[in-house]
Design a protein. Sequence first.
Length: 228
Amino acid sequence: MNDAKPATTPRRKSVRAVKPEGQWHHGNLRESLIQWGTHLLDTEGSEAMSLRATAKLAGVSQGAPAHHFGDKNGLLAAIAAQGFRDLVSQRQRRLAMVDAADGPGQLRAVLLTYIAFAQAHPARFQLMFGPLLGRRDDYPELVEAGTASFAMLRSVVLPLLPSPRADLLTEDEVANIVWAAAHGLATLRMHGRGAPIRTGPRPSAEQIGEALVRFCLLAIDGLATDHA
């Protein structure tokens, strides 16, 4: 009599993706897919981010993302829109700590949060503003979120401007220039780049950010100078 026990097939260890922080459930599948797509973008890069990979992490059928976003570009547009909303939320939290009557302080909060966001989330920042995403105007959600982000910057610039004069820059021109300055610095810091030539010690990221804020405030203050 053979008392040997029959061989058993070894059980495979289940492989589970490590979920990022936040709410991860399928009460809102679209939101869950956006969060998983963002996680892939942050951790693996845009090349690894696909509808199939996002569906796999979310634990849904491969066709589920296409139902909500159409194609990869649609998912990227939704991720970018969420990026703008997150940027606005972070600015709002920082603005809440600044006196509403402190115009320069409010501009400082908005600009420094923008730069910090780019450094903390480089893949998202590049998606939001770079060439990876096509047909941007085809996605109302993205247009609305991007417009709201710029409107927040504009709202802290306008109270600092002098009374309109025909020979000065328009409100929109000033807001665009301030954004361009902040965006340029954010992009440089995101890539770890600085000025090619410097005469003194290398400034820290905080020092450069503060210098940018002072420059913008001085430039805006200069518009009030009476040249008559």
